[in-house]
Design a protein around this ligand. Structure first.
Ligand SMILES: CC/C=C\C/C=C\C/C=C\C/C=C/C(=O)SCCNC(=O)CCNC(=O)[C@H](O)C(C)(C)COP(=O)(O)OP(=O)(O)OC[C@H]1O[C@@H](n2cnc3c(N)ncnc32)[C@H](O)[C@@H]1OP(=O)(O)O
Length: 291
């Protein structure tokens, strides 16, 4: 990996607290196959290009285990010298990733919360700082932390859904490093407006503000993603890695140096009564929406 980060203690803690079937604070039961199946990697006919698919129905939300599984998959791909690019996509029909798993944030387990945020930070390090060329094949909604996954890729194509940082609608705010990724991508004024309003952009609006690089037809996503990956791989790897370091190194190092403070800040922010009230309200609305 280009920007090697150490998070052993946090990730070790996460393993102890794994649970894969639970009832949320609003009474919904989540269950799924084991976390090992939530993320799969596939080869393509080009040995330098791999596919990383998120398969955590119903919404590819980022729980502690989901973050850890994606990080693990990236590291495994990076450990193969032949692999030079990865296409990040979803196997769900309409959702790329619905962002952080709100069951982690609402009425949180006090011991698990720091490990959860540490795993989310680690995912940012692993994806944003990967030595691989990363192509986001965004084939559905990508709000909040789902947008972070997209922003962490080198090139973003999108076929459908909405994308953006809608945290303010939940009564929370994106952490500084995610906000900075957004600002670095679309510029300060556009980011300022979108962050404050919690705007989610459809594909056309996202292309207009530079949040994505290309709109593609639903049936063309993987073909276009492979073509773009080939173009990135054609650039000599040391040059690609150096360019990434040039554009992303400062931001990655800043969080690396402030990792513990960021975890503490997150935990005290989320544990505030008002935050919990807002999150609970949003979560209930989400659960009731269809009914
Ligand atoms: C100073 C700052 C310091 C620290 C920072 C503090 C906080 C952290 C801040 C920011 C980082 C990032 C935060 C987040 O990512 S928060 C999550 C934001 N995500 C959303 O708001 C998306 C919510 N979901 C939706 O709007 C829709 O689900 C979506 C449009 C994506 C898809 O709609 P669709 O109709 O296709 O599916 P649904 O029926 O709504 O969803 C299926 C199923 O999944 C459940 N679900 C969806 N999203 C989440 C989620 N994020 N967490 C948990 N569960 C989720 C949904 O309720 C449905 O469940 P069920 O009814 O049981 O089938």
């Amino acid at each position: 990996m280009m920007f090697q980060q150490s998070s052993r203690s946090l990730l070790d803690a996460s393993k102890k607290s794994s649970s894969f079937r639970w009832t949320s604070s609003v009474g919904r039961t989540f269950s799924s196959r084991s976390p090992q199946d939530w993320v799969t990697t596939e080869e393509t006919d080009d040995p330098s290009i791999a596919i990383l698919k998120m398969n955590r129905a119903p919404a590819n939300t980022l729980s502690l285990e989901m973050c850890t599984e994606i990080s693990k998959a990236i590291k495994e791909l990076e450990s193969n010298k032949k692999t030079q690019a990865v296409i990040l996509t979803s196997s769900l029909p309409t959702i790329f990733s619905a962002g952080l798993d709100l069951t982690e944030l609402h009425n949180p387990d006090k011991d698990r919360l720091p490990a959860f945020w540490g795993a989310f930070q680690q995912l940012y390090f692993d994806l944003y700082g990967s030595r691989l060329a990363t192509i986001g094949a965004i084939n559905g909604h990508a709000p909040a932390a789902g947008c972070m996954l997209a922003l962490s890729c080198d090139y973003r194509i999108m076929s459908k859904g909405n994308i953006g940082l809608n945290e303010s609608k939940l009564g929370i705010c994106a952490p500084p490093w995610l906000g900075q990724q957004f600002i670095d991508t679309i510029g300060l004024r556009k980011a300022e407006l979108a962050l404050n309003m919690g705007t989610l952009f459809d594909t056309k609006a996202a292309l207009d503000i530079g949040l994505i690089d290309e709109i593609v037809g639903e049936d063309d996503v993987m073909d276009v993603a492979k073509t773009r990956a080939s173009q990135w791989v054609a650039i000599p790897a040391p040059a690609r890695v150096a360019c990434k370091e040039l554009t992303r190194g400062r931001q990655l190092n800043e969080l690396k140096e402030n990792r513990k403070q960021d975890v503490d800040h997150f935990c005290s922010f989320v544990n505030q009564e008002a935050m919990q009230r807002n999150l609970g309200f949003y979560f209930e609305q989400l659960a009731k929406r269809k009914k």
